[in-house]
Design a protein around this ligand. Structure first.
Ligand SMILES: [Cu+2]
Length: 373
């Protein structure tokens, strides 16, 4: 009996600790699950965001100034023939002509007001699903536009992080448009900017927007990529190729070599760089050869405490990631999918040239390669 009472006592004590503990954690602030909202954004100040082609990023403040706003953005669906590797071309489905689509930036609590245009010169219906939004299939249900139409809708950014957005016209057209390039990232920053593992404010000097893309290009009997006159003509063959689940091309930012050689990115020793990455349709794993992620926000969401000192970080299909690194040594770095076959044989890699002064306190050559003594 004594033991039984003892056990009961400790169980109820444990319950009390759990209840008190949860009170302490939540305090006056309601948890994510109980957050509520009011107002539809009407009357808030408006800002037009000028979108730029990747790896560029639009202009923005890291810490929000002047309270919530309506961020106006315009995306135009553009179906265009694009070479993704020498001899391999696709009728790419794009927003604003690039793969990935441009990076959009907002702060938590803003409203993003999107105008989606589908010019009459296109052949397909398009729409948009924002993973950062809530309801109506992420906006997909209210944004279908046929060639010659446009639509405008607004959503509140309630969660901070990097989120994928993509076209989702329905049925097999959804994966088809996504693997044909129609995907991008919206970065929703916390109102007060980013915080490190100790909860202190941390700012970045620049950001690199690098998105992995798998293509499934139809091949002829000779193994060569088929060439089609129109997007519509390519659909059946693309579907058959896509359903084999084996990508024919794996690249960063739309095409092989987009961020290597003369297209390499540049940084300086001491600079803090935010790496914003995503893969809308496949799992991947990012790695910076010669560096790390000083801070990596789990699954790209900024209200999670960042992990530190990472060597490689996962990106599950349909999500975006954010990692911050301060370059400490000059030289050539490679940012890649650490499935090294995807990276080197296919092209899922970027080069970063870092200038600055070498620091022997981190690495030093003791004797150069020479004959074995
Ligand atoms: Cu589309």
């Amino acid at each position: 009996m004594k033991n039984k009472f003892g056990l009961l006592k400790s169980v109820s004590l444990l319950g009390l600790i759990v209840i008190l503990g949860s009170c302490n954690i939540t305090g006056n602030k309601s948890g994510v699950i109980d957050k509520t909202y009011s107002g539809d954004g009407d009357g808030l100040p408006r800002v037009q965001e000028e979108l730029v082609a990747p790896p560029g990023i639009p202009k923005f403040d890291q810490v929000e100034k002047g309270g919530p706003k309506i961020i106006e953005v315009t995306l135009t669906a553009e179906e265009k023939k694009m070479e993704v590797a020498p001899g391999d071309s696709i009728w790419a489905m794009t927003f604003n002509g690039s793969v990935p689509a441009p990076l959009i930036v907002a702060h938590e609590g803003d409203f993003v007001e999107l105008t989606l245009k589908n010019p009459a010169s296109n052949t397909q219906g398009h729409n948009i699903d924002f993973h950062a939004s809530t309801g109506k299939m992420g906006g997909g249900d209210i944004s279908h536009v046929q060639p010659g139409q446009q639509v405008t809708f607004r959503f509140r950014t309630t969660r901070a992080g990097a989120f994928v957005y993509h076209c989702a016209p329905g049925g097999l057209m959804t994966p088809m448009h996504v693997v044909s390039g129609m995907n991008g990232v919206i970065l929703v920053l916390p109102k007060n900017g980013l915080t490190d593992e100790n909860g202190n404010s941390v700012k970045f000097d620049t950001a690199f927007y690098i998105v992995q893309q798998e293509y499934y290009l139809p091949k002829g009997p000779d193994g060569k990529t088929l060439d089609f006159k129109t997007p519509a003509e390519s659909l059946n063959a693309m579907q058959a190729s896509m359903e084999k689940l084996i990508p024919t091309n794996i690249v960063f930012n739309g095409y092989k070599g987009s961020l290597t050689g003369k297209n390499a990115l540049n940084a300086k020793v001491g600079q803090k760089v935010l790496f914003i990455s995503a893969d809308a349709n496949s799992d991947t794993r990012m790695h910076l050869i010669g560096g790390h992620a000083d801070l990596y926000w789990p699954l790209g969401k900024f209200h999670n405490k960042p992990l530190v000192d990472l060597e490689t970080w996962n990106i599950p299909a349909g999500s975006a990631a954010a990692a911050l690194y301060r370059f400490r040594e000059p030289g050539d770095y490679v940012y890649l999918d650490h499935n090294l076959i995807d990276a080197i044989a296919y092209g899922a890699m970027a080069q970063i040239k870092v200038s600055g002064k070498w620091d022997n306190s981190l690495m030093k050559v003791i004797s150069k390669p020479g004959p074995i003594k």
